[in-house]
Ligand binder design. Structure first.
Ligand code: ATP
Ligand code: MG
Length: 681
């Protein structure tokens, strides 16, 4: 680490080890860089790697940080660092000490789909939309730190009271399945640390310093978890470094709150607050566009950002006929950037948009033009039925009590276990208060399930136990791959896919996803995670160990692609990242700011949408194109498109453009002076 790579304000943040520190600064000012360098500083200061916890919002950011730390402190130390998301940290705490809350170490993590299934069951409904509303309500309650009792008290109308009652039954089911949902990964560790002093002290002792990136997007429960982790009895040991930007707070809809930023100085009177003002990412023109957009929002903290990178090309606004035309123009733009040598690699370009569905037209045109791309932000790959099948198996071998996983695995492939058999097994399990898996081994099961069906169940149980046993033993990537392929062969999974698919081409595609997934697991077993900038090493694991974390890795991550490809991403998933060339697509009223039918646009929502636009604009380093549609799809219809108000706001920045940036002018004058023949001097 050289001091030259940090400016004085950054250095101050990195070297402040005597107390808590908050870096509050605009986009691209090197906040994340402060975290990475501070990790190195702490290591030099004598902290062991496992005593440092760096919390990031996405797994992508975590991988990037480890990668950077890798360069600074070497592979071994980088591997032992606890660099992860709040959710993954929660998993670590619960696997280690969750038993104090009645949770076995092998608990399952339910994804959103499983949760919906459990909710339909708990609420006795087949109405998916209703179940989804419950899911939202329960999630928001949990993010406010409420349990079912608290939710019942907080419920203010009949709908909410019903949701609170469903929440109670939902929680009972989760307890029976030894399962938790994503929100529990934050809430339960907090309960644990608050309730168990011994556990709290252990973890406070373990982490000598906690670092948090993107702190503006923490919710109330995450903030409390952070406090519980760092609030040592000895005030001098309350050490953490948080960095964030209130103008980039974009997860309010998921319960994140800027109150945390306001509370930090009150909760920690010794907090050192540091501002960064130089933006190292973007040209002057892009920065001005960004500042003009965010200027329309009320200010929580006054910030000034300047760039020494020169004026650069002005941000371009492009008007398109419709989404296909927009996609064609994006393709043309990318090809032009490549041809002119402005983009040396495909991965120099990103196309960003507000909603997942906006990628469709873009993907189609990119494919047609044979431009390689990846879609990040959505969990598309992991949502596929075949991948979810395999995940169910993996979850079941880790946690036999995971009934939702049992139901899926037992029927994928179908092996003589029909719905009737499963229903009978379910009744039997409920009567004896056991999990489905346990029920399957009960000697008296014969009273509930007959003949062939019972043989099929037993055979299924045998395969699960066998896989579980062998998954614990694998060593390295090749071993893992061999085990998984052998098992898939034994259960006839490929044939099952082919039987269920009319088109051989589709069946091929699905099977290739399975193979890709096997490879993805195997690489993790071998201790490697591939990333754009190279390979990151993690600890070697058995298949069983990888299976333990599968839901969390999948839930918050995307596939780690190492390819040189164009990135398509939602604005939310682009947070913290940067590309030389950025295209913001579909910048229309109704899309960005997003507005659903019948939706009320409150000032708060509009401000959050504006922050999203700000995040989008500030991802660009050298060029920015903002495109909008004259006609856009709305359900089945096509409606007239109106350019987003954010475009007009952005253009206010152009009006304010200096004829020439003063720094540029100085640079030019110096160059002219230097070039002047000596005789004239
Ligand atoms: P965001 O708000 O988008 O998360 P950030 O404040 O975290 O941005 P970084 O991602 O840390 O900013 O830095 C932005 C870019 O500037 C990166 O490419 C980083 O390497 C570079 N950078 C940061 N600080 C310096 C510095 N002192 N000297 C040179 N480059 C720097
Ligand atoms: Mg950052």
């Amino acid at each position: 680490m050289t001091a030259a790579s940090l400016n004085p304000a950054q250095l101050e943040a990195v070297h402040h080890l005597a107390g808590p520190c908050l870096v509050l600064a605009g986009a691209g000012s090197g906040k994340t860089r402060v975290i990475t360098h501070k990790i190195a500083r702490l290591l030099q200061h004598g902290l062991a790697p496992r005593e440092i916890a760096a919390i990031t919002f996405t797994n992508k950011a975590a991988a990037e940080m480890r990668e950077r730390a890798h360069g600074l402190v070497g592979p071994r130390a980088a591997r032992e660092l606890v660099v992860c998301t709040f959710h993954a940290l929660g998993v670590r705490l619960l696997r280690s000490d969750g038993e104090r809350l009645g949770l076995k170490p092998n608990f399952s993590i339910l994804d959103a789909d499983d949760v919906l299934g459990v909710l339909r069951d708990a609420g006795g409904t087949t109405d998916a939309a209703l179940a989804r509303r419950w899911q939202w309500a329960i999630s928001l309650w949990k993010n406010q730190g409420l349990d079912a009792d608290g939710a019942e008290r907080a419920a203010s109308n009949d709908d909410e009271r019903v949701a609170a009652r469903v929440m109670r039954r939902y929680q009972e089911r989760l307890a029976a399945y030894q399962a938790v949902d994503f929100d529990d990964l934050i809430g339960l560790p907090l309960t644990l640390l608050r309730r168990e002093a011994e556990v709290r002290h252990k973890w406070q002792q373990t982490f000598g310093h906690v670092l948090v990136d993107e702190v503006q997007d923490t919710n109330a429960v995450q903030y409390e978890l952070l406090r519980a982790l760092v609030d040592h009895d000895d005030e001098r040991r309350r050490l953490f470094t948080a960095v964030g930007d209130d103008d980039q707070s974009i997860y309010g809809w998921r319960g994140a709150t800027l109150d945390n930023l306001r509370r930090l100085p009150q909760d920690y009177p010794r907090l050192k607050v540091i501002a960064l003002e130089q933006n190292y990412r973007s040209t002057g023109a892009i920065l001005r566009a960004a500042n003009a957009v965010i200027a329309a929002n009320p200010k929580l903290f006054e910030k000034r950002l300047w760039s020494a990178l020169g004026e650069g090309e002005p941000a371009r606004v492009v008007e398109c006929d419709g989404d296909e035309h927009e996609a064609e123009r994006a393709v043309a733009r990318i090809q032009a950037l490549r041809a002119a040598g402005q983009a040396a690699k495909w991965s120099d370009v990103a196309i960003l948009y507000r909603a997942n569905h906006q990628s469709r037209a873009l993907e189609q045109k990119l494919r047609a033009a044979q431009i390689p791309y990846k879609v990040s932000g959505g969990t598309g790959f992991f949502d596929r039925a075949e991948i979810r099948d395999l995940c169910a198996w993996l979850r079941l071998i880790v946690n036999n009590d995971d009934d939702p996983a049992f139901l899926r695995a037992a029927t994928a492939p179908r092996r003589g276990i029909g719905h009737q058999t499963l229903a009978s097994l379910g009744e039997f399990a409920a009567r004896w208060k056991t999990s489905l898996f346990e029920a399957l081994h009960a000697p008296s099961l014969g009273t509930a399930v007959k003949g062939k069906a019972i043989d099929a169940l037993h055979e299924f149980g045998r395969v699960v136990v066998d896989l579980e046993h062998r998954a614990r033993q694998t060593q390295g990537a090749d071993d893992a791959r061999a085990l998984l392929l052998g098992w898939l062969h034994d259960i006839g999974y490929e044939q099952y896919l082919r039987d269920g698919e009319d088109s051989p081409r589709l069946a091929d595609a699905r099977w290739s996803h399975v193979l890709e997934f096997v490879d993805w697991i195997a690489r993790r077993c071998g201790g490697e995670v591939r990333r754009e900038a190279g390979t990151v090493e993690i600890e070697r694991q058995s298949v069983w160990q990888v299976a333990q974390t599968i839901s969390i890795v999948i839930g918050l991550a995307e596939r780690g692609d190492d390819d040189d490809v164009v990135t398509l991403s939602t604005l939310h998933a682009a947070k913290g990242l940067e590309w030389p060339h950025v295209i913001l697509a579909g910048v229309n009223e109704g899309l960005l700011p997003f507005r659903a039918e019948g939706d009320e646009m409150t000032p708060q929502r509009l401000e959050e949408e504006r922050r999203l636009m700000y995040v989008g604009v500030t991802r660009a380093q050298r060029t920015l194109v903002v495109s909008w549609l004259r006609r856009r799809r709305k359900g089945r219809d096509t409606v007239a498109g109106v350019p987003s108000r954010f475009i007009a706001e952005m253009r206010q920045g152009e009006a304010a453009a200096p004829k020439e940036d003063p720094r540029e002018r100085l640079k030019r004058l110096r160059a002219e002076l230097a070039a002047r023949p000596a005789a004239t001097g």
